[in-house]
Design a binder for this molecule. Structure first.
Ligand code: ZN
Ligand code: ZN
Ligand code: FE
Length: 756
C-alpha cells in the first residue's frame, strides 16, 4: 500500500549534511517526495510502500551525520500526492524559528588529505570545508542555514564548486560554505598597519612561518576571532607579547602540530588525548613533563594549555614546520573580549602584532578557544566556547521564554525556550565599555538568529553588576523579572547539568558573589533545590581592605587576616607602614567589605606565606599557592587538623583558626610549600567533616561542587577523594564550567522552576 508521511525533525539538522543524508536514505529505501530546511529544522515528505516508509523512518535516527543532533522527530500521516522522485527543495520561511545552528568544527580528515594533496584542486586552499567540518556558528547571520544567510553570501560558486554542490553523491553536496581558490575568500599577509605584503597562499604561509621563526608576533584571523601567535621557545618574543598585551602572568595557550609533538614534553592521559583529538579541538591543560618551552608561557605553573590545529591555515603552518610550538592566544587587550572584526583588528591589535594574516570573509559570531582539563578521568570545562557553542542542552519544558544574563566575570548568558537551553559563547569580563558593548550585541545577535524574544529575565543579585543593570533595563520594557543568589545559581547549574532535582548539599568555593546579607560570599555550604536554599555553613568573614583593590594587592588581605588572628603588628605582616594604613582603613571601616570567599582567603594566605603580594590576574596568587602546595604534598604527613567551627544554626568555620594553624606551622619550622599543602588539606578535611555532619542532620547524601576555586585541582582532587571515601554521591559540572561561566545555566534553571 502506498502511504505518505510528513516527518518534522528539529535539533542541529542544518549545515551538517542532513538533507543529503536524507536524500541518500530515501534512494536506498525507494522513497519518493522531498526534504527541505525550514526555520524549525528539516521537513520531509516520504511517499512509498508502507514497509519502505517505516524502515526509512527507523533508519533516520540510526546513523545521522556526525555533526547532527536530533532533538525531536515527529511523524504525521498525509494524503499521497503521487510524487515520482525524491528532491531537495528550497528552504522556506516558517512562522517559528527553532532550528539550531551547528558549532564550528575542526577540519575533517578527508578535507585535510585534500588540503595536502598536490594534485587536488583545493591543494593548500585555506577555506576547504565539507558537510562534516568547518565554520558554522561563526558565519551564520540568520536562519535557515543557507548560503545567503551566512558571511559566504558575497561569494558566487564557480562551475566546479556548483557541480559538487548539486551532486548528491559528492561529499560537498549542499555544503553551504563550500568554495575553492577560484571562487572563495583568500588569505593575505599584511604589515602591522594593514598593507598587503603577500597574496599567494604558499607565500602567505612561508612569510608567516618565517616571521614567527624571527621572533615576530603575528595576529592570525582564525575561526572565532584573531589569535596572537609567536614562537613558544623564544623567550624574547614571549616577553614582548606579554608586555604589549599587558598580561604579565596569565598563562598562554600553545598549539602543536601533532600528538607526538605534544607528548614529547607534556603528560597526556588517554582521556586527555581523546579531548585533544576531538572535533571540538579545545585547549587542554596538561602537566609538564619537561620544560621545553620558555618559562614565560606559564610562569611558575606546572601545567600548560595546548591544542591541535583545527583550521586549514593552521595545518598549513605546521606542515611547513612540524616541530614548532606556537603561542596561540586570544587577540585582545588584557581582559577585553576577543577581536573579531577586521576594522577593529588593525586599530586594536596593531600595537601588539608585527604582522597580520587575514581574509575577506566576516566572522559574524566570535568565540574564543575552549579550555578543558581532566579530573579523575572526567573531562571538565574552564571555558565552553568554540566547538561547543551553540549546542543546546535538553531541559524541562516551560511555556515561557527566559533570558539569563549570567555574571560580570567570565560571562556567558543563556536563553531557554521549549525544552532547551542555549548557553552563549564565552563573552568574558564585562568590566570595560568594550565588554559591555560586545555583551549587548551578542545578546541581540543570538536573539535574532533564533528569533528569540524573552518574556522573563533573570540575573544575579549583585546591584553593581552590569548584567543586573541590563536585566533591570529589560524589566522597564515590561519583562518579568527574577533574581538568583550567586552561589545558589552555581549549585543549581550542577543540578541542571546532571539532570537532578535536589535537594543537594551544595559546596560553592568561589571568588566572590553577592550574598543575601549584602556581604561577599564564596565559601558556601548550602542545602539547595532548584527554588530554595538554606545557608548551612561558611568561613567566618574577614575584611577586604580597599574593596576591589585588595584583589590586586593581595598583601592587604594577608594583613587583614593576620590582624583578625593576632591583632596589629604581627611579624608576618608585610610592608610595615603601608600595613598600618591598611589597618587604619579596617579600623575605621572605610571601604572594607566583609567576605568569606575561599578565593580571597587563598590570595591572602599566598601573601602571608610570601608567595605573592601583588597580582596582575584574578587567581594568580591562589594558583601559585596551589603550585607550592603541590610541591609540598610530596612529603607532607597528615596531621588530622580540622578547622574550629562554631554556631549551631548557621555554622561558621573559623578563618582565624585556619590562619593561626598555618602561622603555627611556619613557627615550628615547616616550609612554605608544606604549609601551603597543609592549608589545602585542612580546608578539605574540614569540608568533608562538615559534609558528614550536615548529611546526618538532613539525610542528604548528594554533594554538588561548583565555584571557580574548584579549578584549583589540588582542592578539587582532594575534595572528591575525601567525599568519595565517605560514600557521598558527588556531582560536578560536566557540560559547563565550575566558574561563573555556569551561572546563566543555574539562573535559567531557577527561573524555570519558579515559572512552572
Ligand atoms: Zn571536511
Ligand atoms: Zn569554486
Ligand atoms: Fe562565582
Amino acid at each position: 500500500m502506498i502511504v505518505s508521511r510528513e516527518i518534522t525533525i528539529s535539533g542541529i539538522v542544518q549545515g551538517v549534511g542532513f538533507r543529503p543524508y536524507i536524500y541518500r536514505l530515501a534512494r536506498l529505501h525507494a522513497i519518493r517526495g522531498g526534504v527541505k530546511n525550514d526555520t524549525r529544522g528539516v521537513q520531509i515528505i516520504a511517499e512509498g510502500d508502507e514497509r519502505d516508509v517505516d524502515s526509512f523512518i527507523d533508519a533516520i535516527s540510526a546513523e545521522p551525520p556526525p555533526l547532527a543532533f536530533i532533538e525531536s522527530l515527529c511523524v504525521a500521516a498525509k494524503e499521497p500526492i503521487g510524487a515520482d522522485r525524491f528532491v531537495i527543495e528550497q528552504s522556506r520561511e516558517a512562522l517559528e524559528r527553532t532550528a539550531f545552528i551547528a558549532p564550528d568544527t575542526a577540519l575533517c580528515d578527508d578535507c585535510l588529505y585534500e588540503l595536502l594533496s598536490v594534485k587536488d584542486r583545493r591543494y593548500q586552499y585555506p577555506f576547504i570545508t565539507c558537510t562534516n567540518c568547518g565554520p558554522r556558528f561563526s558565519i551564520v547571520r540568520d536562519i535557515p542555514y543557507d548560503r545567503k544567510n551566512t558571511s559566504m553570501a558575497g561569494f558566487t560558486m564557480c562551475v566546479a564548486c556548483s557541480r559538487e554542490y548539486a551532486d548528491p553523491d559528492d561529499r560537498r553536496f549542499h555544503t553551504q560554505p563550500d568554495t575553492c581558490g577560484e571562487c572563495g575568500p583568500a588569505m593575505v599577509f599584511m604589515s602591522a598597519s594593514g598593507e598587503v605584503l603577500e597574496r599567494a597562499i604558499d607565500r602567505v604561509t612561508q612569510r608567516t612561518v618565517d616571521a614567527l621563526r624571527d621572533g615576530a608576533i603575528v595576529a592570525i584571523k582564525g575561526v572565532g576571532g584573531y589569535l596572537l601567535a609567536c614562537d613558544a621557545k623564544n623567550d624574547a618574543a614571549v616577553a614582548i607579547l606579554r608586555s604589549r598585551k599587558g598580561r604579565p602572568f596569565k598563562p598562554f595557550a600553545l598549539m602543536a602540530g601533532s600528538m607526538k609533538r605534544i607528548e614529547s614534553f607534556l603528560h597526556v592521559s588517554p582521556v586527555e588525548r581523546e579531548l585533544l583529538c576531538s572535533r571540538e579541538r579545545p585547549i587542554v591543560l596538561l602537566k609538564i613533563k619537561n620544560r621545553e618551552v620558555c618559562e614565560g608561557i606559564a610562569p611558575g605553573l606546572s601545567d600548560i594549555g595546548i591544542m591541535l590545529p583545527y583550521a586549514p591555515f593552521q595545518h598549513l603552518l605546521f606542515k611547513e614546520d612540524p616541530d614548532m610550538l606556537q603561542v596561540m592566544t586570544s587577540g585582545n587587550i588584557s581582559d577585553e573580549p576577543i577581536v573579531f572584526r577586521d576594522g577593529e583588528a588593525i586599530e586594536r591589535l596593531g600595537r601588539i602584532a608585527d604582522y597580520f594574516v587575514s581574509y575577506n570573509r566576516a566572522i559574524v559570531a566570535f568565540s574564543d578557544d575552549s579550555v578543558r582539563f581532566v579530573q579523575d578521568e572526567i573531562p571538565c570545562f574552564i571555558r565552553r566556547s568554540r566547538g561547543y557553542v551553540p549546542v543546546p542542552f535538553k531541559s524541562s519544558v516551560v511555556p515561557e521564554s527566559i533570558l539569563a544574563t549570567g555574571g560580570d566575570l567570565k560571562n556567558s548568558f543563556a536563553f531557554s525556550r521549549d525544552g532547551v537551553i542555549i548557553l552563549s559563547q564565552f563573552v568574558g569580563d564585562l568590566s570595560t565599555l568594550a565588554g559591555n558593548d560586545v555583551y549587548t550585541e551578542t545578546i541581540a545577535h543570538l536573539g535574532r538568529i533564533y528569533a528569540f524574544t524573552p518574556e522573563t529575565v533573570i540575573s544575579d543579585l549583585h546591584p553593581g553588576y552590569f548584567t543586573t543593570q541590563f536585566a533591570d533595563s529589560l524589566e522597564e520594557t515590561g519583562l518579568g523579572r527574577l533574581k538568583a543568589q550567586h552561589h545558589h545559581a552555581h549549585i543549581v547549574s550542577v543540578l541542571e547539568d546532571a539532570g537532578r532535582e535536589g535537594p543537594v548539599l551544595g559546596i560553592a568555593f568561589d571568588g566572590t558573589g553577592y550574598g543575601t546579607d549584602g556581604k561577599l560570599w564564596g565559601s558556601e555550604f548550602l542545602v539547595a533545590d532548584r527554588t530554595h536554599f538554606t545557608r548551612m555553613a561558611h568561613f567566618s568573614y574577614f575584611p577586604l581592605p580597599g574593596g576591589e583593590s585588595a584583589i590586586r594587592d593581595v598583601w592587604k588581605i594577608g594583613t587583614a587576616l593576620l590582624n583578625d588572628a593576632f591583632g596589629p603588628g604581627h611579624e608576618l605582616m608585610r610592608r610595615g607602614r603601608e600595613a598600618e594604613s591598611v589597618l587604619e582603613i579596617i579600623g575605621k571601616n572605610i571601604n572594607s567589605p566583609l567576605t568569606c570567599s575561599i578565593g580571597r582567603l587563598c590570595d591572602g594566605m599566598s601573601s602571608i606565606l610570601g608567595i605573592r603580594d601583588r597580582v596582575t590576574a584574578e587567581a594568580e596568587a591562589a594558583q601559585l599557592l596551589e603550585e607550592a602546595a603541590l610541591r609540598g604534598s610530596r612529603n607532607a604527613r597528615d596531621d588530622g587538623f580540622i578547622i574550629p567551627m562554631h554556631g549551631d544554626g548557621e555554622i561558621e568555620i573559623s578563618t582565624t583558626g585556619l590562619v593561626r594553624y598555618c602561622e603555627g606551622l611556619l613557627k615550628r619550622g615547616y616550609s612554605t610549600d608544606e604549609t601551603a599543602y597543609r592549608f589545602h588539606a585542612a580546608i578539605v578535611r574540614t569540608t568533608v567533616a562538615l559534609a558528614e555532619s550536615l548529611r546526618e542532620r538532613t539525610g542528604i547524601n548528594a554533594v554538588a561542587l561548583s565555584g571557580g576555586a574548584f579549578q584549583n585541582r589540588l582542592l578539587l582532587g582532594l575534595s572528591m577523594r575525601g567525599l568519595r571515601e565517605k560514600k557521598f554521591d558527588i556531582l560536578i559540572p560536566r557540560k559547563i564550567p565550575f566558574n561563573d561561566g555556569c551561572l546563566a545555566v543555574g539562573q535559567v534553571a531557577i527561573a524555570k522552576e519558579i515559572l512552572k
